[in-house]
Design a protein around this ligand. Structure first.
Ligand SMILES: Cc1cc2nc3c(=O)[nH]c(=O)nc-3n(C[C@H](O)[C@H](O)[C@H](O)COP(=O)(O)OP(=O)(O)OC[C@H]3O[C@@H](n4cnc5c(N)ncnc54)[C@H](O)[C@@H]3O)c2cc1C
Length: 327
């Protein structure tokens, strides 16, 4: 039997625009695997997969079916399970993005295997996979040694495994396959494009986030303006969502999304432990709060004490000038 350690990666794309999280997962996979197979479920058999090979895939399998026009967990899980039975990989690696988390949970059930979620480190040591996961709302880490039935299933926290990017000299195989799927039309129906119309907070590199200190829902326009200039996503604390000022998909924290952007700008957010649980692994945290003793300042790299309703528009103006000059 072949002793090669094989990892399967599922390509995340938005209408065939490959999402950056895919390259993070490929980057993590290639650092430990002998062989990386990327599954690209698409309604277009002629998609350009060269970036995936340059990003670390040894083989890209384009699985074609018109039902893959948009991601649904029913179609992806049905096709992936059939493929996994043929490939028999050691590990299936997915992003802990919205779609990745859903698909991972479904695959764990369908394959009856364990799942390690939201990992921030991945190692292969003497044939054993070891992952590191934040626990207790990010206050501690747990090291898990995976054992039992294969394939192991692991999701990786976005924005952690960026690595060195793509290598133009890499080569790999491309395989195309027509996929037969069960008829999901009664389940799936028509998909509306609510998700994907704006940046997903879990994948965003810059987040502008607002709390109750923004005072009123209409003041989130200040945050949206700043986000637009920075190419950022808008996020919120839980009470903002509970008040109906923002959708739940924007909530960051223990009962919301976990994010790790390059830059997290917290505006009028006190910094309760439940909020910090979702954002304290951000690379740079800027806090704007009128209370100099607000707990958010204890995790902030830069703090601005003052009224967010005045400071955010000034920042937007300043960034517009700077970025406008560069463009
Ligand atoms: C089980 C459980 C789960 C929870 N999960 C989450 C979660 O997932 N995410 C989450 O966020 N919370 C969560 N919470 C709630 C959490 O405990 C806090 O209540 C919440 O994070 C506070 O939100 P906030 O910072 O927006 O509001 P507040 O705590 O009211 O803070 C508002 C801040 O705005 C500042 N401020 C006021 N006016 C201005 C101004 N003009 N300019 C600048 N600053 C100003 C104030 O000084 C204050 O620091 C959870 C709680 C529980 C019990």
């Amino acid at each position: 039997m072949d002793n090669k350690f094989t990892i399967v990666v599922v390509v995340e794309h938005d209408q065939n625009a490959i999402k950056p999280v895919t390259f993070e997962v490929l980057n993590a996979a290639r650092t430990i695997a002998d062989s990386v197979i990327a599954y690209y479920f698409s309604d277009n058999a002629e998609v350009d997969v060269e970036p995936l090979i340059q990003g670390g895939a040894d083989e890209v399998k384009i699985c074609h079916n018109s039902d893959f026009a948009s991601y649904t967990h029913e179609t992806y899980a049905a096709a992936l399970k059939a493929e996994i039975e043929k490939t028999q990989p050691d590990l299936i690696l997915l992003s802990a993005s919205n779609n990745g988390k859903e698909l991972a949970a479904e695959m764990a059930t369908r394959l009856d295997v364990g799942l390690a979620t939201d990992c921030v480190d991945l190692q292969l040591s003497e044939g054993e996979v070891i992952v590191k996961r934040p626990v207790f709302s990010g206050k501690a880490y747990s090291l898990c040694r995976l054992s039992g039935a294969k394939p192991y299933l692991v999701t990786l926290r976005p924005n952690i495994f960026r690595g060195e990017g793509t290598a133009e000299t890499r080569t790999g195989n491309v395989v195309k396959e027509e996929i037969n799927l069960p008829d999901f039309s009664k389940i799936v129906g028509e998909l509306t494009r609510e998700v994907g119309a704006e940046l997903d907070v879990t994948e965003a590199r810059i987040i502008v986030s607002g709390g109750l200190g923004m005072q009123a829902p209409e003041n989130f326009k200040f945050l949206e303006d700043l986000a637009e200039v920075l190419g950022a996503a808008v996020a919120a604390s839980r009470p903002v969502v509970d008040n109906g000022w923002q959708e739940y998909s924007h909530q960051v924290g223990q009962t919301g999304r976990t994010v790790s952007p390059d830059l997290y700008i917290a505006c009028g957010i006190s910094g309760a432990v439940q909020h910090l649980a979702g954002m304290s692994s951000s690379r740079c945290i800027v806090a704007i709060n009128s209370d100099p003793h607000a707990p958010i300042f204890s995790v902030a790299d830069y703090g601005i004490v003052g009224d967010a309703l005045k400071i955010v528009p000034l920042l937007t103006k300043e960034f517009k000038n700077i970025l406008g000059d560069q463009g």
